[in-house]
Design a protein around this ligand. Sequence first.
Ligand code: HEM
Ligand SMILES: [Cu+2]
Length: 607
Amino acid sequence: MSTITVGPHGPAAPDHPLSQTAPHAHKGSFLTTYIFSRDHKVIGIQFLFSTLLWFLIGGLLALAVRWQVAWPWTQIPILGHLFHLQGGQISPEFYTMLVTMHATVMIFLVIIPILAGAFGNFLIPLMIGADDMAFPTLNMLSYWFMWPAFICFLSSFFVAGGAAAAGWTSYPPLSDNPAAAPGSGMGQTLWLLGLVCVGISSMMGSINYMTTIIQMRAPGMTMFRLPLTIWAMFITAVLQAFALPVLTAAAFMQLMDRLLGAGFFMPDGSVVNNTINTAGGGQPLLWQHLFWFYSHPAVYIMILPAMGMVSDMISCFARKPIYGYKPMVYSIAGIAGLGFIVWGHHMFVSGMNPALGMTFMVSTMMIALPSAIKTFNWLGTIWGGKIQFTTPMLFALAFVSMFIIGGLSGIFMAATPVDIFIHDTYFIVAHFHYVLFAGTAMGVFGAIYFWFPKMFGRMMNELWGKVHFFFTFIFLNGVFYTMHILGANGFPRRYADHYRFATFAHLQPLNAFMTYCAMGLVGVQVIFIINFFYSMFLGPKAGRNPWHANGLEWSAPSPPGHGNFDFQPHVHRGPYEYGSPESTEDYYPQIQPPAEGLPPIADGHGH
Ligand code: HEM
Ligand SMILES: [Cu+2]
């Protein structure tokens, strides 16, 4: 492979024998090519389309929630007719269903599967120089296990009693007793079944990602030559493998409580909604421990892959090597490791022993350390760079700045005495929307603009991309920044009508402002949708390497054919050699051999 030449558009079509024999060059029917495909790229794109659709549904649910918080007991447009709501208004019961399902959809059907399912699938084999995943059939199944989950969650709105209403955290006894409230009936059972399906899907994905990254790297691709995207995907997969079984088992236990009266989470002698529980002797708090033992690590499942992708975009568009590559890797691992011992920070007000609360407080604050390393390294990467303000770069920079705000509010909340005051207020809601929406979702938008040319072979429109970025950024801060102010005023989360309490009446105008911003936020996504679909068919052709980036994926055709590479990639260096003195260009692709006269860099082992 010493004859490959790399021009600005990637390697010239190589005449290597391997290019004639693409590993999986067989023709399939429409069904096996596009529907039940085992090709990681098709599966990734299936995940992308499905999750974007759910993003829209989750966004519309959010608008309904925001309508109620701003103007409770008024006629709500569209939804009022759709669900034959009483007098066209949202009832408190329906409101709790909306809140529960908004969070459920966004977390389990959007953020987690868009990161791991869409980008993990699409990028892992391409970035490590493999022709596909280690287990293609398992990969296909991991996508198709999402469908029962979709169906469970969506259909729950239409069953007797309506959708689950116990919050995305599903705390017993409300969730455990089918007679507790309307939404604790069939809707809650469907919610648990959906959750189990999502869990199985993620489990299959994570085993696949770990195996692929360990086993299938191209020759020369040592672990420390992996792009940070891949490191983040790898560690996320490890997190999933360790944390998910706990949640899946807990969901089973809750199902058994509900269907068989097992009583794991049901206390003795509890009377809910005038119904006495026959089975008792269980512990509602046990659920909280099991749930957060999964769900705290899960918040890192919801951000680490975005951190990895943002690192790749920032290095590319600052035209500089990532500052402190190894510390970046170690801090991803550190965040993941610490993530397992901090879950109790969600339970400070549950009556735990203050000594235990203290250990959770200290361990939580320690997470700020690796998070800060990452933040400073992103800033160090940008520092003195030749920054190109492309659309993906704008989104990546938004990720960094918004993550700083979300991370800082996290440290406030980690302090038990502060958290006792702000727990279950909008301060918490502000925190997790900054990390999840202003953080992860911005990273994902950036990643879509960045890897779109690889996925579809065409560029997205830059001008409209920037317009989309600009309004999204303004509106999201309009909605979420103000939540800190509400929270500091004690404005509680998950209430259907705050203004019954005179103390919150003065906050109504602020809430109306936020709801207008939320409408703007959802509205401007139309620009993105049009740009996405227009560019898919009519955007300018991209070529192999439109951003002049170093990663292996940019040396494959756009879009890559079945089997990915039309030559066998050999890796000669790390992915961040921008502005290397060894190269005449300001970038130095991983596949390009060192120039004549330079000592060859020793290859690590690949396979
Ligand atoms: C700097 C690191 C972080 C710290 C110190 C931190 C701390 C905390 C604390 C103490 C709580 C509990 C507050 C309460 O309920 O009273 C919390 C809630 C939450 N955090 Fe973080 N956090 C951090 C980063 C993140 C990240 C990166 C994410 C997601 C990507 C995240 C997502 C969430 C979510 C979803 C909740 C609320 C769960 C719920 O009650 O519904 N956090 N965080
Ligand atoms: Cu947490």
